[in-house]
Design a protein around this ligand. Structure first.
Ligand code: GDP
Ligand code: MG
Length: 369
């Protein structure tokens, strides 16, 4: 469990520690500035003060593997990674389907059914990667674990329903992650659709759209009737170009696990997004407390590939256990180095588990007193 020191947290969000402590008291938590509170609690408090907390990075992850920075001259443009967020039933899945269906060419038709939690499409000959895994929870969890996989957030808002609690949550996640938001005002085919009302509600929540003199791009769409999907995609490209996303394809890969499971026949399977470098078959890799040699790479069309350059979503086989969504994967120099790091991590996580269970016993004792 991620925690943060009250004093540090207060200065992080620029609020006097006494006020943070007061808010904690209101929540029934007694803590002084030298005590740790849960990340979730911190996030709630920050929200109260209209502040957002940066994801906390685990100390040990910063330290056990050092990843060298790239030289500016080694960096090349990379495709944007886009996440679709929004309130339930506002049309996230429908939009992802509409994009996939308009952009997957006939030759790839067989690949449509393949699902690895992410896919790539070409818009005006430029690649865009869509993640359809991170619902809100996955997104928050990944951020809490210090992982950021999204470059652009598409916020889907149903024109007949407007801004809802999960819409607001999505806005704050995107803001906390510092990623640009494009609003897709969906279901404009519906009788009750009211685009202006959505824009009003967006502005009430700090997102002023261009039509209203702000800088947030919105695109009224119908995912169901396939209206304006191309326009939305063009806006994604536009925003991506402004972001100047870059990576170095000529280095060992690093990235993030976005999905994982234990497959009966294939063993541990993880969908990863390569954030930098190029991942290759045969690479020795670590991911959380898992390690192994990449046995196979499978792309979003279900085809085996030999390598995966930056921003590619790809399924990897060959790990010895199932990593968690949000785990960073890192290609190591050798099998030996991969094994050594993971063994250390396993001992550490075992110790942490033991510590946690001994704490519970103590509390149990106190309960009985
Ligand atoms: P999600 O929960 O955000 O993934 O929403 P879904 O994509 O599952 O959509 C929820 C419901 O809204 C489904 O019944 C969709 O058919 C419907 N829906 C999605 N987009 C549109 C749209 O553009 N127009 C209309 N009329 N219905 C839509
Ligand atoms: Mg859905």
């Amino acid at each position: 469990d991620e925690t943060v020191l009250v004093g540090e947290f207060a200065s992080q969000i620029g609020v006097p520690a006494t006020q943070v402590i007061m808010s904690l008291m209101k929540m029934g938590i007694m803590a002084n500035i030298n005590q740790h509170i849960k990340y979730e609690t911190a996030e709630k408090i920050a929200f109260e003060f209209d502040k957002l907390v940066e994801p906390l990075q685990k100390e040990e992850e910063k330290e056990d593997v050092v990843i060298k920075d790239d030289l500016e001259e080694d960096l090349l443009p990379r495709p944007p990674i886009v996440t679709v967020m929004g309130h339930v039933d506002h049309g996230k899945t429908s939009l992802l389907d509409a994009i996939r269906n308009t952009k997957v060419t006939a030759g790839e038709a067989g690949g449509i059914t393949q699902h690895i939690g992410a896919y790539e499409v070409y818009v005006n000959n430029k690649k865009v990667v869509f993640l359809d895994t991170p619902g809100h929870e996955a997104f928050t969890q990944m951020r809490m674990r210090g992982a950021q996989v999204t470059d652009i957030a598409i916020l889907v808002v149903a024109a007949d329903d407007g801004i809802k609690p999960q819409t607001i949550e999505a806005i704050s996640h995107a803001k906390a992650a510092g990623v640009p938001i494009i609003v897709a005002i969906n279901k404009i085919d519906k009788e009750a659709a009211n685009i202006e009302r959505v824009r009003q509600e967006l502005s009430d929540n700090g997102l002023l759209v261009e039509e209203w003199g702000g800088d947030i791009i919105d695109v009224p769409i119908s995912a169901k009737k396939n209206q304006n999907i191309d326009k939305l995609l063009e806006m994604i490209l536009l925003v991506a170009e402004m972001e100047e996303l870059k990576a170095n394809p000529n280095r060992p890969a690093v990235g993030t696990v976005v999905e994982s499971n234990l497959d009966k026949g294939r063993g541990p399977v993880a969908t990863v997004i390569v954030s930098n470098g190029t991942l290759k078959v045969g690479d020795p890799v670590i991911a959380g407390t898992a390690y192994g040699k990449i046995r196979a790479l499978i792309n979003d069309k279900g085809k085996r590939v030999k390598k995966a350059p930056p921003s590619t979503p790809v399924e990897i086989l060959g790990l010895d256990e199932v990593p968690m969504a949000g785990d960073r994967f890192i290609v190591m120099q050798s099998d030996k180095a991969a094994k050594a790091i993971v063994e250390k991590r396993r001992i550490k996580s075992r110790d942490e588990r033991l510590e946690a269970s001994s704490k519970i016993t103590l509390e149990d004792v106190f309960d009985k007193m």
